[in-house]
Design a protein around this ligand. Structure first.
Ligand code: SF4
Length: 201
């Protein structure tokens, strides 16, 4: 099974609890104003197609990670492939966190409408951050959540809402690898830094 991936970071602490392997998928039809990843909007173009089994092997062979975070782009717009990846990673003993621009209620509506893979992806997620990113309401209290309207759902016993890690300051990471600059983490400052680097490039 193939998944179109826009970006990968093998060891981030800015996209969920612990050190995580983060995968940004390509394609999002939601298009929130102020989204910091507009280059990931278009489906079928940009990024690269990867084999889900190969990607899972790479994730599970990465030392020191607690789990996988799936971001976008919109993971639920490639739900079957993302769910398949999540199942392989879970089977290898890692946790799965998913960020979606859809609310959980919208996703449950998609399940009722028979959209393939949506229930499977909900089933494999330990954590879901749901809802549109609202750039006018930046989240300053909850870590790993972009805006105050978004809800962090705990779907398994792997994590608890009273874990202090969920209540510390958000962070942004910059890394330069092979001449490629990657900026990820808290959306508002990450977006500011991206614009700054684009202007000075
Ligand atoms: S759902 Fe996510 S990727 Fe899509 S536009 Fe909103 S913030 Fe950007």
């Amino acid at each position: 099974m193939k998944l179109r991936v826009a970006q990968q970071v093998k060891d981030t602490e800015a996209e969920g609890p612990g050190v995580r392997y983060a995968v940004w998928v390509q394609g999002c039809t939601i298009r929130c104003a102020g989204c910091c990843n507009p280059e990931m909007f278009v489906h079928g173009k940009g990024g690269r197609e990867v084999d889900v089994d190969e990607l899972a092997r790479d994730i599970l062979s990465t030392p020191g990670i607690e789990g996988l975070s799936m971001l976008g782009g919109e993971p639920f717009e490639q739900a079957e492939a993302v769910a398949a990846l999540g199942r392989l990673v879970k089977a290898g003993g890692k946790t799965v966190m998913v960020y979606s621009g859809y609310t959980l209620a919208e996703l449950e509506g998609q399940v009722r409408s028979g959209v393939p893979g949506v229930q499977a992806l909900l089933d494999v997620a330990d954590l879901l951050v749901d809802g549109r990113y609202d750039a006018t309401r930046p989240e300053k209290v909850r870590r790993w959540v972009g805006s105050t309207n978004q809800v962090l759902h705990f779907f398994s016993d792997a994590y608890r809402p009273d874990d202090p890690r969920f209540w510390s300051a958000n962070t942004v990471e910059l890394r330069l690898e092979g001449g490629q600059l990657t900026i990820n983490g808290w959306p508002a400052p990450a977006d500011f830094l991206r614009r700054l680097f684009r202007q000075s490039a």
